[in-house]
Design a protein around this ligand. Structure first.
Ligand SMILES: O=C[C@@H](O)[C@@H](O)[C@H](O)CO
Length: 190
């Protein structure tokens, strides 16, 4: 990713967070990624790590319409993904979507209530709504609205070792091309 894209993503996300009443802590831990695919507005995500404890974590995220966080799963992390502002679409699979599915259906908690869905089904979240994703469940998400503030509340987060993507070309952290001065270092650069 170009540094200029990262700087612009930080400014845009910070503005949208503020407009929607989400205030960041001092020295926010920014994590901007294009998942190594080189097309940030197609496949990309802005994240701020708010709480990083051994027992729990919290993130605030930002994406624009159709900007995908691609299909992946976590072997250890259990997480709630929440629409905090805007419409968020989350798609689920029982197994790696690039491979044959082990089962046709799975149970996902939507706003705390178990719902039986088909593998490959999408759930659309309005502001305030959440899904609970157990370890091993494959998922991807993207906003259906122009912009979206996305919350994540989870067990321990380990972005280096606990993200398994369907697309093997993906890298969780982007290589950065320095085309202008940085405004803040990302978590991957600290
Ligand atoms: O599902 C998304 C989350 O687990 C993110 O926290 C993760 O960093 C995406 O790779």
């Amino acid at each position: 990713m170009k540094r200029s894209e990262i700087n612009q993503a930080i400014i845009t996300a910070a503005n949208f967070f503020r407009q929607n009443g989400w205030f960041l802590p001092p020295n926010p831990k920014w994590d901007i990624t294009d998942f190594g695919l080189g097309s940030f507005l197609t496949t990309g995500l802005v994240l701020v790590n708010l709480a990083e404890e051994a027992e729990y974590c919290e993130k605030l995220m930002y994406a624009v319409k159709n900007q995908v966080t691609p299909a992946h799963m976590h072997k250890k992390k259990k997480e709630d993904i929440i629409s905090r502002a805007g419409n968020l679409i989350v798609q689920f699979w029982t197994g790696d979507p690039a491979k044959a599915q082990t089962s046709n259906s799975l149970t996902i908690k939507v706003n705390g209530e178990a719902r039986l869905i088909k593998s490959g089904e999408k759930i659309s979240l309005k502001p305030g709504e959440r899904v609970t994703i157990e370890p091993g469940v494959w998922h991807e998400f993207y906003p259906g609205s122009d912009e979206c503030v996305i919350g994540e509340v989870s067990t321990a987060n380990d972005d280096l070792n606990d993200n398994f993507f369907s697309n093997e070309a993906i890298g969780r952290f982007s290589e950065i091309e320095e085309d202008e001065a940085l405004i803040i270092k990302l978590v991957s650069e600290r």
